[in-house]
Design a protein around this ligand. Structure first.
Ligand code: SF4
Length: 392
């Protein structure tokens, strides 16, 4: 007799969007995965990665036990055997090479696993290694650094108030597919449609015609990696055409004269060729941002994972400040923490502040940020002999 189908609700473990899954299970097998329409974070949305979860789960190559290398071959082992192996081999490696001889790498799902969230920090403290790597450094660390320096907390990331916004400028982001990255947007498609239905406008800047570009009012192709010139051109125009209107942010903003001087050389006419967007378009976008009551700029991974990632991340928030849209309704707002937590720390108005660059990676000299070395340094830290080489 086959057991009746049951439904289980879980979250997708792949990224911070935490989309809700509805799993149909028969005879202990997942037979269907759908988006959970009642999930408050995703409202039924799933990206293709979650649809592939069943294949991943059933994949015969998925690791189901620890593996230990014996005679050059990985062989399956029990957890007891794995822990015994660690106990046998790890202490001598640390004794010989010091704590940095151990490297740790965290993937996205760590944020969604109670056990890892609770116990990994303790393991990291016990190891004492500086060779800590995670997916963050190939994703959002530039944004964390810029908001840390600007607002005083690594996680004080303002996001568009899309439900009240009338002009949304999206740069290097694809919320139609990501469900909003660093900005969880249940039903982005529906909210974008509503924005346009009330007379609002969405403009996308991206080297690719993304799914978000396809539903936007305008899409402007930009040369890959040239976002910084586009953003400098927008900021320049705001000063040049006397569009700056800080409003109540005036009492919190510092260094306006230095900023004006810093962007002076980056007139849209001077940077148009670098970014592949004409000067008239840049000036028009700057004017629209400043003349629309409820508007903001949102940028994401395309503005982070590139040569000028931190500068781009900072300029996005600078433009939201110059146009008077930071922390304003319909602009770019700071989300409130869910419960029993603060969304920033330290003194009001300045935050606690952040420190980076306390140490550098051994081979390339990359500075530490948020207690991590860039993941791109991992291979060379394993391959390059010398004191501090990762051996485990
Ligand atoms: S956006 Fe995709 S990968 Fe991320 S949680 Fe949602 S379904 Fe999973």
């Amino acid at each position: 007799m086959t057991s009746p189908a049951t439904t289980a609700h879980r979250i997708c473990p792949f990224c911070e969007a935490c989309c809700g899954l509805e799993l149909e299970i028969e005879a202990q097998q997942v037979v269907r995965i759908r988006g959970d329409a009642n999930d408050v974070f995703s409202a039924g949305f799933l990206c293709p990665k979650a649809i592939g979860l069943k294949d991943l789960h059933d994949d015969p190559d998925r690791l189901r036990t620890p593996l230990i290398k014996r005679d050059g071959q990985f062989v399956e082992a029990s957890w007891e055997e794995a822990y015994a192996e660690i106990e046998r081999r790890l202490p001598p490696i640390i004794a010989a090479g010091g704590p940095n001889a151990v490297g740790t790498v965290l993937g996205n799902p760590v944020s969604h696993k109670m056990g890892l969230s609770l116990y990994f920090p303790r393991l990291a403290r016990a190891l004492g290694t500086r060779n800590m790597f995670s997916a963050s450094s190939v994703d959002q660390v530039p944004k964390m650094l810029s908001v840390g320096l600007m607002f005083g907390s690594w996680l004080a990331v303002p996001v568009p108030d899309i439900e009240r916004c009338d002009f949304l400028l999206v740069i290097g982001a694809n919320p139609m597919v990501s469900n909003g990255s660093l900005w969880t947007v249940p039903d982005f498609r529906g909210k974008a449609k509503a924005l346009r239905a009330r007379g609002g406008k969405i403009v996308v800047i991206d080297p690719r015609r993304t799914e978000t570009a396809a539903i936007a009012d305008e899409h402007h192709f930009i040369r890959p990696g040239a976002d910084v010139f586009f953003l400098l051109g927008i900021a320049h125009t705001m000063f040049d055409e006397q569009l700056v209107r800080l409003g109540r942010l005036g009492q919190h903003a510092a260094g306006l004269a230095e900023l004006e001087a810093a962007v002076r050389a980056y007139a849209p006419e001077a940077v148009a060729a670098r970014c592949g967007i004409d000067a008239a378009t840049m000036r028009a976008l700057a004017r629209t941002l400043c003349s629309t009551q409820r508007a903001c700029v949102y940028g994401r991974i395309g503005t982070c994972t590139q040569q000028f990632g931190t500068l781009c991340s900072w300029l996005i928030d600078v433009i939201n400040v110059l146009s008077g849209h930071l922390d304003e309704e319909g602009g770019s707002m700071f989300p409130k923490a869910a419960a029993f937590a603060a969304n920033t720390r330290g003194a009001p108005g300045s935050g606690r502040g952040v420190i980076s660059g306390r140490y550098r990676s051994r081979v390339s000299g990359a500075p530490e940020v948020v207690g991590e070395i860039p993941l791109t340094c991992l291979a060379e830290e394993i391959d390059t002999p010398g004191p501090g080489q990762i051996r485990a």
